[in-house]
Design a protein around this ligand. Sequence first.
Ligand SMILES: Nc1ncnc2c1ncn2[C@@H]1O[C@H](COP(=O)(O)OP(=O)(O)O)[C@@H](O)[C@H]1O
Ligand SMILES: [Mg+2]
Length: 278
Amino acid sequence: MSYYQALGLTKEPFSTSPDPAFFFRSSSHVQALTRLEIAIRLKRGLSLILGEVGTGKTTLARTLLGNFAQEDHVVFHIVLDPSYESEYQFLLGLTRMFGVKPAFKSTLDCREAIEHYLFQAGVTEGKTTVLVIDEGQKMTLEMLENLRVLLNYETNEYKLLQVVIFSQMELLPRIKRIKNFIDRVALKYIINPLDEQETSELIRFRLIQAGLPDGRQVFAPEAVRAIYHFTQGYPRKISMVCHNALEALVMHERQVIDEALIQELIRDESRWVQEHLA
Ligand SMILES: Nc1ncnc2c1ncn2[C@@H]1O[C@H](COP(=O)(O)OP(=O)(O)O)[C@@H](O)[C@H]1O
Ligand SMILES: [Mg+2]
């Protein structure tokens, strides 16, 4: 029996996979999501969502896709990891995603095939093509330059390609090096970590999504406060601590996770880091 079943839960509450069902709508995440939806509907071109590791970028990307799932005229293409060997490979990858063939094996021909596709989809068929790029910090200067070219394809009213880049902060200096690039970003948004109240709400939300019986308290308020101070509100860290805490709870056959248990886990964690990573 899994540890979470021992707690009366039906699903794992603190898995680290980016499952939209466990997506807690914090103010920062809601803002990012709402503004992204608007940018896509208005076909404003490029949106850039920045955030440190574990702030929820990939989860947000999946949630965004889910929000458009019923709308056939909005077509998403996703690059989960833009580590291409060259700009040609990147463009070729895009032609494959769009299901088109370049006339010859050159960057120019790839761009032409993509442009043709975008006009066909956008103008003739009335579709919105959205390219979502996760792990945007892995994009090279050349790839960004190519994106800028693709973003130039437009009608009098709107951009033919919508691009949403999710990235760690380290992409910023690279973007700054491309002339006028930052001015073309229609939406720039930095995802902030959660505050203490939201940390508490996220924990509760995920437990309920996992099937926590009504009225059952698992984390004492002091434990939640300790989790907040340790994680500084970063969702991935919160998930990891909570997962370990639940495991410990089941192993020690206790009822409630208290502050002492959290402090013990934090001590173990720092000891491990000291021994293996310092
Ligand atoms: N808004 C949120 N609500 C609930 N869990 C979240 C939220 N944002 C992130 N998480 C959790 O944090 C972890 C890391 O999220 P992820 O989207 O992979 O972050 P990033 O892509 O920014 O590194 C995942 O386990 C995810 O479920
Ligand atoms: Mg991610």
